[in-house]
Design a protein. Structure first.
Length: 242
């Protein structure tokens, strides 16, 4: 299947998630071929669509430090981002169950990391682990026959702010974020982001039979992204609605 390879980042998380939704809409409407995207942004806290802010985030700490808090349109948990994360997105026709799609996509990421000499394995349905610690969190959305899966890979992220900004979620087995998460760098990876991207492209293309070609967001997609940014992701009514 032909698939657009988009290595393109906006200036911050709100703009990036706006572009994610614009690209998702385009694939769901049949206006775009499937998409595999890489992206980055600076410090931000990203919440799942259905989460209660008071349960997940130390809001005053975020405000004191000027760290934006943005609610995604996808499910999943609350995560901290900085430029030490590599984020990836796969937008495909929705032909799999939730469980099967997570297993296949997260399994492909784990296989990629294993090919780079890391002992990666699946954790909970949306987590990829190395030596018992989380190195990638993932989330999904579904719309009109399309599936969007996006995840973050902690390459050399500063993990200390996680404890300052994120509360321990209800019902989890750990009591300290810093004992639960890790980075590729901490686990001995020295290949760099460029090599990791090359390995991911090769592994995902094989697993999903993708004919990847380099592309950029279209003018229409960028305009739609700007609308979504102003009308939703910069608005407290959306970000703080729960």
């Amino acid at each position: 299947m032909r698939c657009r390879l988009i290595d393109y980042s906006q200036q911050d998380f709100a703009a990036n998630i706006s572009l994610e939704e614009a690209l998702f809409e385009a694939v769901a409407a049949g206006a775009s071929e499937p998409i595999f995207r890489f992206w980055h942004n600076g410090p931000a806290v990203a919440m799942g669509i259905s989460q209660r802010m008071a349960d997940m985030v130390y809001m005053e700490c975020c405000r004191e430090d000027g760290v934006p808090l943005v609610r995604r349109f996808s499910g999943g948990g609350t995560v901290y981002h900085d430029d030490g994360n590599l984020n990836f997105t796969l937008i495909l026709p929705n032909t799999m169950s939730i469980k099967d799609s997570y297993n296949l996509i997260c399994g492909t990421l784990a296989a990629t990391l294993t090919s780079q000499g890391l002992a990666a394995e699946l954790g909970r349905i949306s987590d990829v682990m190395i030596n018992g610690r989380k190195v990638s969190g993932n989330a999904q959305a579904r719309r009109r026959g399309a599936l969007l899966h996006h995840g973050t890979i902690l390459i050399d992220m500063d993990i200390l702010p996680v404890k300052r900004y994120l509360k321990i979620p209800p019902g989890v087995h750990y009591t300290d974020h810093l004992n639960f998460i890790t980075t590729l760098e901490r686990e001995g990876y020295s290949g760099g982001e460029r090599e990791l991207k090359k390995a991911m492209i090769a592994c995902f293309a094989e697993r999903f039979d993708l004919d990847l070609y380099e592309d950029k967001p279209s003018v229409t997609e960028l305009k739609r992204s700007s609308v979504l940014l102003q009308e939703r992701y910069l608005q407290a009514e959306w970000n703080e609605r729960r």
